[in-house]
Design a protein around this ligand. Structure first.
Ligand code: AMP
Ligand code: ZN
Length: 499
């Protein structure tokens, strides 16, 4: 089997391009990280399921990776341009907390979200506040491209070639969405440094050649990507909103820094949004959906990962509870098939030992253990799908079809399945995932599993004694406690707790 070359959609060219690393021994990826003034909503987390899929595919294809996810713990205003409150300062004020404590709390919560979604740790999570001096030096170096106003130091976007090429929109389309700041030469010019206003009481501020204040939000990503990955690296990722303002601004800063037309990254990749029918998810609005909201409603975090994998990362994905139920059910079916195959292979106990599972780094699209042509074909289909701009939805189908192959050697199927599951971030055995972990069970449920089992046994006895009135009353009683009895469920579940 020959491996399919990896093609990725590059927002810069608005087309699919074959991926060739700048340095074959070290593929360098930078992902814009969260602003840690609140919990991540599930839309934010879609961005990191996407980068994790990218990073897993690159690893599987044999590349060593340096992956950076920054933590924005300063300077991000409520508008992407230069207006509104500083999100971090506002959160600290609202909660009467130290801004440093706010940042530490939400950074830890974000990292826990990544763990729960089985997202691999990047090489580093650099903090913006650890790089203030680097940002000041960068600002000084690009001084010829900037001008000073009362409110701070601004970048003159007319001084770099082709500003906003990444956004691909006409200039006058963009202008309407950028809040005006008095004195800016062009509406799309942006802050490199924001001076604290006289009397302003900021918890986070630093001295700089332009006065006391804080860096503009766009600066940190140019500075940290360059510091950890070099001036030219392979891939820069972020949500689709970053294609319009944040990333064009990073590119402008990079070009000013090198005094050349290089954009910094060869590929700029953007995941589309997760949307809710109620409107765009917003971390700054209250009542948004977090991973904990899903867990409280009784779902396993990996059901959300599955939901993301079922869509292409460049398609908008609508969140709904129905979709989440379907995703958890699909995950459960996959796990049950997988467990059943393991059961058939009881002599192969080594496969059940998580420690003996090969790490993703040691796997490859050409799995040397495979000799069965049908299994090899399905792995090739899986590879072709993942190599086609990370088509996880199609890859999942190849995995399921492979598991469903009749009269095929079980060890061969399991070997291929282990590989595919690792690429998708669904390593059941490594994670110790059990069928019972995938029962929908809200954290608020008051009735225990034991109590439910006792009532169901009584109901079975009543039914065999043809006492249907009693059987129905037990069903109704369970329903009043939020437990839905599911007779004849194809997955063999007897009940579920409604949420
Ligand atoms: P933030 O914490 O707001 O800086 O966002 C963290 C990441 O989530 C960025 O890459 C955003 O582009 C991305 N993002 C924000 N909202 C959504 C959404 N609804 N769906 C997918 N990605 C999003
Ligand atoms: Zn960024």
């Amino acid at each position: 089997m020959t491996a399919t070359p990896l093609t990725l959609y590059n927002s810069l060219s608005r087309s699919l391009e074959t991926f060739t690393p700048l340095d074959p021994d070290n593929v360098r990826v930078y992902s814009c990280g969260p602003t840690v003034y609140n919990y991540a909503h599930i839309g934010n987390l879609r961005a990191y399921v996407f980068t994790d899929t990218l990073s897993r595919v690159l690893t599987w294809k044999g590349y060593n990776l340096t992956h950076i996810i920054n933590i924005t713990d300063v300077g991000h205003l409520t508008s992407d341009a230069d207006a509104g409150d500083d999100k971090m300062e506002a959160a600290a004020r609202a909660r009467s907390m130290s801004i440093w404590d706010i940042a530490a709390h939400y950074t830890a919560a974000f990292k826990q979200n990544l763990k729960d979604l089985n997202i691999r740790e990047p090489s580093r999570f650099p903090l913006a506040t650890d790089h203030i001096q680097d940002m000041i030096e960068f600002g000084v170096k690009i001084g010829a491209h900037c001008y000073e106003l009362e409110s701070g130091l601004y970048f003159d976007t007319s001084t770099v070639p082709d500003y906003g090429r990444l956004a691909g929109t006409r200039e006058d389309d963009r202008e309407g969405r950028i809040d005006p700041v008095a004195g800016k030469r062009h509406p799309q010019d942006f802050a490199i440094w924001r001076k604290s206003e006289p009397g302003e009481n900021r918890q986070m501020e630093w001295d700089s050649p332009w006065g006391r204040g804080a860096p503009g939000w766009h600066l940190e990503c140019s500075v940290m990507s360059q510091k950890y990955l070099g001036a030219n690296f392979d891939i820069h990722t972020g949500g689709i909103d970053h294609r319009e303002i944040h990333h064009p601004n990073e590119i402008a800063q990079n070009q000013a820094h090198c005094e050349c037309a290089d954009t910094g990254a060869a590929f700029w990749m953007h995941n589309n949004f997760l949307v809710e029918r109620s409107g765009k998810m917003s971390k700054s609005g209250g009542g948004f959906t977090t991973l904990q909201t899903l867990v409280d409603a009784g779902f396993h975090p990996l059901a959300y990962r599955m939901m993301c994998l079922q869509a292409h990362y460049r398609s908008e994905l609508e969140f709904s509870w129905e979709n989440l139920i379907a995703s958890q059910t699909r995950l459960k079916r996959l796990l049950m098939t997988f467990d059943e195959l393991h059961g058939q292979l009881s002599s192969h106990t080594t496969l059940l030992n998580a420690n003996s599972l090969p790490a993703l780094e040691t796997l490859a699209p050409q799995n040397a253990e495979l000799t069965n042509p049908s299994v090899i074909n399905k792995l090739a289909e899986f590879d072709a799908a993942m190599s086609d701009d990370l088509n996880t939805a199609k890859a999942l189908v190849a995995l399921e079809q492979m598991l469903g192959l009749k009269k095929t050697d079980v060890a061969q199927k399991l070997s291929a399945a282990e590989d595919m599951l690792a690429v998708l971030g669904l390593e059941f055995h490594l994670l110790g995932l059990q069928r019972t972990d995938l029962r929908i069970r809200p954290t608020t449920a008051t009735i225990s599993e034991n109590e439910i089992q006792v009532r169901l046994t009584e109901r079975r006895e009543a039914r065999s004694a043809k006492d249907f009135a009693r059987s129905d009353s037990i069903r109704d009683e369970l329903a009043s406690l939020g437990v839905e009895v599911m007779d004849g469920d194809p997955l063999g579940w007897d009940w579920r707790i409604s949420f």
